[in-house]
Design a protein around this ligand. Sequence first.
Ligand code: PGA
Length: 252
Amino acid sequence: MRRALVIGNWKMNGSQASNAVFLGELLGRLKASPATDVVLCPPLIYLESFAKRLSGTTVLLGSQNLCAESSDIGAFTGEVSGRMLAECCVRYVLVGHSERRQLYGESDSVVAEKFINAQNVGLIPVLCVGETLEEREAGRTLERIVNQLEFIVKAAGIDAFANAVVAYEPVWAIGTGRTASPEQAQMVHAYIREWFSGLDKAISVNLSLLYGGSVKASNANGLFVMDDIDGALVGGASLDAGEFLKIIGAVK
Ligand code: PGA
């Protein structure tokens, strides 16, 4: 079943003190909805304390990253394996985020390894795809998205998408305050769903497609009324509990 999903990607933000305040407010005010999943992806160091605090609540835990190596134990200084994340009650993991691709040189093959490793330990990968401003201006948006998707489908197989989420995040809209218009986002989402439909109709119909890139309370309604937008991957606005709650409340 295609589910609505709002994921908060905290990036490298938070502190012991501010996390406690945020979680107190979020959990105190969140009205659980059986139709919408809410996921928080704090920095790795905070996962364990979030797992304890979120236990018994409806809010799920996600990780911003996992190790690309298939071994779940070994000599990989600074890395954290999917198994370790799963052991810490993590359910979702971001893969292919444009900041990882651009700042840490993660290629499509690294993204594919992470996607596959995540699923091997029962985590749900949230595959991020999106075009740069230059690609958009050159009329290559859809081609870029399909290239990114195709690579993962070839590596992991189409059936893998029965247990995955796709997030369309135009690189030019991330952290810039410049959101894609609901129509621009819907156009790409519809194209992605159509593309999956050509490979497997059931997977396409059930696939949750999130939009990400400067989503805030003030633009969430307009995005969420679109037919193929099933939720959002929220960066900056997920750091403020009140703002995040409004975005969650805007899900149709
Ligand atoms: P933003 O980030 O909402 O701050 O633009 C989105 C993301 O990076 O996933």
